[in-house]
Design a protein around this ligand. Structure first.
Ligand SMILES: [Zn+2]
Length: 227
């Protein structure tokens, strides 16, 4: 008579235990390996990009609300250099505003997330200001730690050039969505035109010059070229 081999104990990681994905076990853990036979679908890195004033912050706040309404925890970040509405806020032009964490060039997302198991999703506003390394960290987090990250940001600057964060997000994101907004002429706005006090197109200057809506117009490619 032979004894059937003992079933190994199922290891459940912190994140699964906290119920981020209650019915499933993720295969990835800080403490060890969750039951690899029961992996839930792999997390993804998302890039939701648009011209300015397309509602990115509004969409981010809605996603955060949806997670939290179901009892899940999120961490929300915005760029430290953006002080349009005071530091550390994500502000929808429709009204809602929420105080959030800030990232700058020194932020290490891998280290930050190690401190806080049980987070279901990372949300990043102004993601064009992420560094290449930070986008790589978020990509690693999705694929090695099964923690999704949703990044909202501009694709290009006022000269039609990619931001470093956007360039790496375009390269690495598992899913990309373009959020639509409209140019004054009625076409889809895809570009961010910087304008001077006389509403004339500015073509030279630093890539980052935070000036609120007054200094930028979201325009279509045609209006961008015509100035
Ligand atoms: Zn136009």
């Amino acid at each position: 008579m032979t004894t059937p081999p003992r079933k190994p104990a199922v290891f459940v990681c912190n994140r699964c235990q906290t119920g981020a994905y209650p019915a499933l076990i993720c295969g990835v853990s800080e403490r060890g390996q969750c039951d690899p036979a029961r992996r839930h679908p792999m997390a993804k890195l998302f890039f939701r990009y648009a011209a300015m004033n397309a509602g990115k912050s509004t969409a981010l706040l809605q996603v955060a609300h949806n997670y939290e309404e179901r009892g899940h925890r999120v961490r929300i970040f915005t760029a430290r250099l953006d002080d349009r509405y005071g530091r550390g806020f994500v502000t929808s032009r429709l009204g809602p505003q929420r105080e959030v964490e800030q990232f700058d060039g020194d932020t290490d997302f891998l280290a930050l997330m190690r401190e806080t198991p049980g987070v279901a999703c990372i949300l990043v506003d102004e993601a064009q200001f992420l560094s290449k390394q930070q986008v790589q960290q978020l990509h690693e987090m999705a694929h090695l730690r099964n923690l999704p990250a949703i990044c909202y940001g501009l694709r290009t600057d006022f000269q039609g050039e990619l931001f470093p964060g956007s360039a790496t997000l375009l390269a690495l994101a598992d899913e990309m969505d373009e959020m639509k907004t409209i140019c004054d002429c009625g076409r889809k706005a895809t570009m961010n035109m910087r304008v001077d006090a006389g509403n004339r197109k500015v073509t030279e200057g630093a890539q980052v010059e935070i000036g609120g809506n007054a200094r930028y117009r979201s325009v279509c490619g045609r209006c961008f070229r015509q100035g």
